[in-house]
Design a protein around this ligand. Sequence first.
Ligand code: CTP
Length: 450
Amino acid sequence: MKKVITYGTFDLLHHGHVSLLARAKALGDYLIVGVTSENYDRERGKLNVRNRLLDRVRDVQATGLADEIIIEEYEGQKIDDIQRHGVEIFAIGSDWTGKFDYLGEYCRVVYLERTRDISSTMIRDETCRVLSLGIIGSGRIAHRFIPESKYVSGVDVVGVYNPRLSSAGAFRDRHALRFATDRLDDLLARVDAVYIASPHPAHVAHARAALLAGKHVLCEKPLALTAAAVEELYALAGERGVVLLEAVKTAYCPGFKHLVSLLKSGAIGQVRDVSASFTKLVEGRPRELSPEQAGGSVTELGSYVLLPAIKLLGVNYLHTSFHACYDDAGVDLFTRGLLEYPTATASFKVGLGVKTEGSLVVSGTRGYAYVPAPWWKTEYFELRHEDLNDVKKYFYKFDGDGLRYELDEFLRLIHGGRLLHSYLFTPVESIAIARLIELFRAGEHTTRIH
Ligand code: CTP
């Protein structure tokens, strides 16, 4: 029996796929089809797949062409599959010509002519109304957002708003956007959703205006500087039936997501302490150190370091205290914080003028999780135990600047049409973090260090 193998995502199965499968089958007597798993697709940066794995397998099965269907879960699996199944021919579409020549060591490699003018991407774009998105603000993070948005399908960044038209215009030209405007109502009238990347103190007014106009909002952190303002915004989003998501990128990346699930499942026993640090040295007088722009280590980095504490220990802490040192303008350059829970503690260090190891350590009754710097771009972590040899290592992808993950989640919520909130970072968690930032800024629980 001559076995043939082929692989693909087979999203929104189309006649190009069927033709490929038929020709692959005709090369031998037995066709094995490898369908990519969701994890594998996400790992290789393919974030736009619409159908779930089970549906894609069912669709391939329904063609009646596959004698066997397997799941492709990791890079390098093809070599294993070919040898394990005794495959004689590896067949794939001509868009991959040359890419799989290395498999020639194990079997014959055949590139089959790709069917013209059809692809899953085309169908996705045709069937799903592409969301037009406007950017509010044109600073550093907004620049980083544009290339990241190209990795997520179903969204088109069309315009930018900045009260200074020259800045908006320069941004539009640099990123080839359709329009730039210095009027917020103009931007809101021309988009379905906004990404807010304006200075911190402007977030609330911008988010409120967008929500009132019925637009979905993805807002940079901190969403607001008071818990009441954050509550008001989520309530407004609920009333208008639109999505409001705070862009704390770590919450949505694959590695951090899995870390939280593992630890919540008891992988290190009961969590007794969470300790996170994030510092970055900034030079001159950038936005991060500007009192007018609500600069400071806590407003800038607090959302990151508080995230693991709030996700793992919840929002019901009993006490909180902070120790901070300030510059002459009254901006905190370094802050150490402590949250006391009934059966656990959480501590953090954030700094803009002090540097320290940027790790995350979660201590439990049976072991601990160690996530090395930069833990907020979670690519790797270890679960360690009393026995030094008992170490489990976990590896993940964190592509680019990671903004693609929050945008992907934002679109998933919008297109899913059922949930307005992400379980990866809930309004309750977002409000709790805002409350802590507010408490710190009020100064009552803060000791000044000199
Ligand atoms: N294929 C083909 N003709 C097409 C589209 C796909 O022959 N018009 C082949 C691919 O070359 C591959 C298999 O079908 O061998 C599965 O491809 P897949 O990547 O799942 O399909 P695409 O439509 O190319 O998906 P996307 O647009 O998401 O890249």
